[in-house]
Ligand binder design. Structure first.
Ligand SMILES: [Fe+2]
Length: 170
C-alpha cells in the first residue's frame, strides 16, 4: 500500500510543519516585544509573524483538503527549536545578535521542511497542496535572505550602540 504510506508520511509532515510554525510564532513574538533599538528588525519580525499566521492557515487548509481534522492538533515542540527559543531569554547584551543567528537557523530549518513536504506531495500526487507549500517556502526563503543580508549591518549597529553605552538594550 505505497499510496497509504506516502499519505501517512505527508500527514505527519504537515502536522510537524504546523507545530514548527506555531513554534516560530512563540520565538518571534517575545523578540518583537523586547526590541527597542532595532526598528528595522521589529518591522521585519512583525511582517513575518503575519506571514507565519497565514502559513498556518495554508497548512490547515491542506489538512482539511485531505480530510484530516486539524482542530485537535497537539503541537509538540521540536527539541531543536526549544533550544533556539531559549536563546531569546539570554541576559547578555548581545541578545539581538543571538536572536538573529537563531532566526536564520530556524528559517533554514523551515526551508528544508517545506522542500521535503513538496517532494512528498509531488511523489504522492497531492497536487492541490503544492501551491500552498510553495507559497510558504517562498516566504521562508525571503525571510532567510533578509536575515542573511542584515547580519553585517546588525553587527555594526550593535557595535555602534555599545560604544554609545546602550549595551543592555535589545
Ligand atoms: Fe518563517
Amino acid at each position: 500500500m505505497a499510496d497509504n504510506e506516502t499519505r501517512s508520511v505527508f500527514i505527519v509532515g504537515l502536522r510537524n510543519a504546523h507545530a514548527m510554525e506555531n513554534q516560530a510564532l512563540s520565538i518571534m513574538k517575545p523578540q518583537l516585544s523586547r526590541i527597542e533599538n532595532y526598528p528595522e528588525v521589529a518591522e521585519k519580525l512583525d511582517q513575518h509573524i503575519t506571514e507565519t499566521q497565514g502559513q498556518i492557515r495554508r497548512i490547515e487548509e491542506i489538512l482539511t483538503g485531505l480530510d484530516e481534522d486539524h482542530s485537535t492538533l497537539k503541537d509538540v515542540a521540536l527539541s531543536v527549536t526549544g533550544t533556539m527559543a531559549a536563546l531569546g531569554h539570554t541576559v547578555a547584551g548581545d541578545e539581538i545578535l543571538k536572536n538573529s543567528f537563531a532566526n536564520f537557523a530556524f528559517e533554514n530549518f523551515e526551508i528544508a521542511a517545506y522542500k521535503s513536504l513538496l517532494t512528498v506531495a509531488e511523489s504522492g500526487g497531492f497536487m492541490a497542496a503544492v501551491s500552498g507549500l510553495k507559497a510558504n517556502l517562498a516566504e521562508e526563503e525571503a525571510m532567510a535572505g533578509w536575515l542573511d543580508g542584515h547580519v553585517t549591518m546588525l553587527t555594526k549597529k550593535f557595535l555602534s550602540l555599545r560604544m554609545s553605552g546602550k549595551t543592555a538594550k535589545v
